[in-house]
Design a protein around this ligand. Structure first.
Ligand SMILES: Cc1ncc(COP(=O)(O)O)c(C=O)c1O
Length: 411
């Protein structure tokens, strides 16, 4: 384990608890929701115990404090992703809402019949269905970048799909099933050459690799607090200021207006224009605390540890008889997410038997039905790792898979 993260597990109280069946928890489901460090838990309690109130409204001292903390969190997020100004950071309920926000505002405003959106089959439904719906509504066309046999985007084919008709490329930074890390910087450059915008779904990539939206020329980026060691119910939409300023509101109500009259209303500047109603105040502030935690640990240490784990997991999983891992086999193209099947075993049976041994994994289609259709499978088991996991936990997974194989009479 990397030197400066040897004590990291102590920061996450849940990792040291025992499950109701007495087993120690082996949490291999951080891709669904990561766990939170004590500092985030403490921050949430601190706010509720000492200064919770609504934001952007009262002049009283509590209101002042939460407003300034929430805006400080916005600035921390700006710095974390390399955005130009805090106004480019919009608090949403999560990645799903961030994507819907742009699909419903930019899409409805700028998409016309015959325009094209470039997608691909590895996208999570959150970065798939909103584009499909708005394309149908506006008469736009979806084009799909083919996948290579090892689960990467075929960049030559991507190039040939781009044309002046392309208005948007929507792509995940890291696949939540294949683990594939997509070359978003290169894809952004190519999209911009034909005048298209790029939307990056950072739900899986932002917690695991540094991002700089300006340097990488990313127009829109979405991510979720609960996958970034922060609270659930909070997420971020980054959008380039020049673009956001041209967009109409998404939701209407309090906080997002400039003036309201009986016969018309006008809209607030960004980001308030896209933050109607009372936001998830505590969560927005505590997301800043989670980002502080990640920043302090540093992506060098995080990536070093995840590399060690990925190398070990890939090797060990490949030794399990009948086990097939989906996605790139070379570590340089993938993150620490391993989806697999074992010949003759139903993924739900595997996940249930692993749970008996205290191993928390996910099974199902992982909100990627088109990808599972592409792979010609109905479901898979997914172990998703992060910096607080250990090689001993991977050994526990391998032992539990052996137990499951015996139970299912595959061994
Ligand atoms: C790649 C990807 N995109 C989007 C989402 C949706 O995130 P949320 O449910 O936080 O909106 C997920 C969640 O698993 C994901 O893995």
């Amino acid at each position: 384990m990397v030197a400066n993260i040897t004590s990291v597990r102590h920061d996450f109280p849940i990792l040291n608890t025992r499950l109701p069946n007495g087993q120690p928890l082996v949490y291999l489901d951080s891709g669904a929701s990561a766990q939170r460090p004590q500092s985030v838990i403490n921050k949430i309690s601190e706010i509720y115990e000492h200064y919770y109130s609504n934001v952007h409204r009262g002049v009283h001292q509590l209101g002042d404090r939460v407003t300034s903390e929430m805006e400080a969190s916005r600035s921390r997020i700006q710095a974390f992703i390399g955005a130009s100004t805090p106004e480019e950071i919009i608090f949403t309920s999560g990645t799903t809402m961030s994507i819907n926000l742009i699909a419903q505002t930019w899409g409805r405003h700028f998409l016309n019949g015959g325009d094209e959106i470039i997608l691909n089959e590895m996208e999570h439904h959150a970065n798939f269905v909103p584009w499909q719906a708005i394309a149908k509504e506006r008469g736009a066309v979806l084009k799909f970048i083919p996948l290579t046999p090892d689960g990467r985007l075929d960049l030559e084919q991507y190039q040939s799909l781009l044309s002046p008709k392309t208005k948007l490329v929507a792509v995940t930074g890291m696949s939540n099933v294949l683990g594939t890390i997509n070359p978003v910087e290169e894809m952004a450059q190519r999209a911009h050459e034909v005048g298209a915008l790029i939307f990056v779904d950072g739900a899986q990539s932002v917690p695991h690799q540094p991002v700089h939206v300006v340097d990488s020329e990313i127009d829109f980026l979405a991510f979720s607090g609960h996958k970034l060691f922060g609270p659930s119910g909070i997420g971020v939409l980054y959008g380039r200021k020049k673009i956001l300023e041209t967009l109409p509101p998404f939701l209407y109500g309090g906080n997002m207006i400039s003036e309201v009259h009986c016969d018309h209303s006008s809209w607030a500047q960004i980001p308030a224009r896209f933050e109607a109603g009372t936001p998830a105040i505590t969560e927005a502030i505590a997301l800043g605390t989670a980002i502080d935690y990640v920043t302090e640990l540093g992506f060098d240490a995080i990536q070093e540890q995840e590399h060690i784990l990925s190398q070990y997991a890939l090797q060990k999983l490949q030794e399990v008889p009948g086990l097939q891992i989906y996605g790139p086999q070379e570590l340089e193209h993938r993150g620490a997410i391993f989806s697999f099947n074992i010949a003759g075993a139903h993924p739900e049976d595997l996940a249930t038997l692993l749970d008996r041994k205290g191993i928390a994994v996910r099974h199902g289609h992982h909100c990627t039905m088109p990808l599972h259709q592409h792979l010609k499978i109905a479901a898979s088991v997914r172990a998703s790792l992060t910096f607080y996991n250990t090689t001993e936990e991977i050994d526990a997974l391998i032992d539990a898979l052996e137990f499951a194989r015996k139970r299912l009479r595959l061994a």
